[in-house]
Design a protein around this ligand. Structure first.
Ligand SMILES: [Zn+2]
Length: 340
């Protein structure tokens, strides 16, 4: 942090915050888009919404304190929350990984406690906005973000602006049907992209393979504890040519390629950005085959190689940087403020 502070970092500042299932990350971000200070706290979602909201406030306060700035120099805070949210009212509906959250009025609560305008968005939308404004997507007009994790999330930028959709549910690329009558998805339907190409799907297929007697380095690399399967372990097995992992990742790449083609055939963006742990672990090795498949299925073949399919650059910071960008852009508009 000390090193970062030596770089040009001037106010007014925005706070970006990312509410995850395991951790809360808050960062103070300068007008140049630099992270001045950050604070992390465990989410502990089992303690319920009230406790989690308290820790979110604490994380913001810790970040402001570490940045050695005053709250009056903070123009607003952009918060990314999982699942569907209503950016107008600041309500979080039913995030899948936060038990007990049921239409929580998060935006107004944080605004009242911290005394700054709070802008709420879906976490993946914010990550996409961060990548567009400050990461791999800088300078593009139309761009789509695809984040492969436990699920698969997406975000949509059109004409340089984040598009949340009519009911704030746009770019749910994880639930595009890629294999009708395929495996059951976390959403309860069959054949969503998430059911064939998320980390959950990949882990399931590896466990099924091993249970069926297939030999795999995964058994040794995880010490037989398959719940310890990380993206790093997958990458290691892939690099050592493990046949089971190669087969399963190749299949996931195929589906992600088809997904990319469908996205391009609908939007025709300049860029599709892939993020998430698996992309960070394998980068170009994961992306190259996705690119080949996608381009085969573009309906418009002219200029197919000009559509860039690239890795995200901001890693875990995409969400907080996107939050700061959102707060900065929207602070002149109707901010979410506490109603007494
Ligand atoms: Zn689904």
């Amino acid at each position: 942090v000390a090193k970062k502070k030596q770089e040009r970092a001037s106010g007014p500042y925005a706070i970006g915050m990312d509410l995850g299932g395991t951790k809360i990350l808050a960062a103070v971000i300068s007008s140049e888009g630099r992270i001045v200070a950050e604070a992390k706290l465990k989410t502990k979602p089992d303690e319920g919404p009230e406790a989690v909201i308290g820790r979110m406030e604490q994380a913001a306060r810790n970040a402001v304190q570490k940045a050695e700035i005053e709250w009056k120099d903070v123009l607003g805070m952009g918060v990314g929350a999982p699942g569907p949210v209503d950016p107008e009212s600041g309500i979080v509906y039913h995030p899948p990984n936060l038990a007990g959250w049921n239409e929580v009025s998060l935006g107004p609560r944080l605004a009242k406690e911290l005394g700054v305008p709070v802008f709420l968005e879906n976490d993946v939308n914010l990550g996409t906005l961060g990548e567009h404004a400050l990461g791999a997507g800088q300078g593009t007009r139309d761009m789509v973000g695809v984040f492969v994790g436990t699920g698969v999330g997406g975000g949509l930028i059109l004409d340089g602006e984040l598009r949340s959709g009519y009911r704030y549910a746009a770019a749910e690329v994880g639930h595009m049907i890629i294999l009708a009558d395929g495996p059951v998805c976390g959403c309860g339907k069959r054949g969503c992209l998430e059911s064939v190409a998320s980390r959950t799907a990949i882990d399931r297929d590896i466990q099924l393979g091993i249970a069926a007697g297939r030999e795999s380095l995964i058994t040794e690399l995880t010490g037989g504890r398959l719940n310890r399967l990380t993206s790093g372990v997958l990458a290691k097995a892939w690099h050592q040519g493990d046949p089971l992992v190669t087969e399963i990742l190749t299949k996931a790449q195929w589906y992600l390629g088809l997904l990319t083609a469908s996205i391009v055939n609908l939007i025709d963006p300049e860029m599709v950005i892939f993020g998430g742990g698996l992309v960070e672990a394998l980068s170009e090795e994961l992306l190259a085959p996705i690119r080949v498949t996608a381009r085969q299925y573009f309906i418009q073949q002219a200029g197919a190689d000009q559509v860039r399919i690239v890795a995200a650059r901001l890693g875990d910071y995409a969400g907080v940087l996107g939050g700061a960008v959102l707060a900065r852009r929207r602070s002149g508009e109707k901010p979410i403020v506490a109603k007494e």
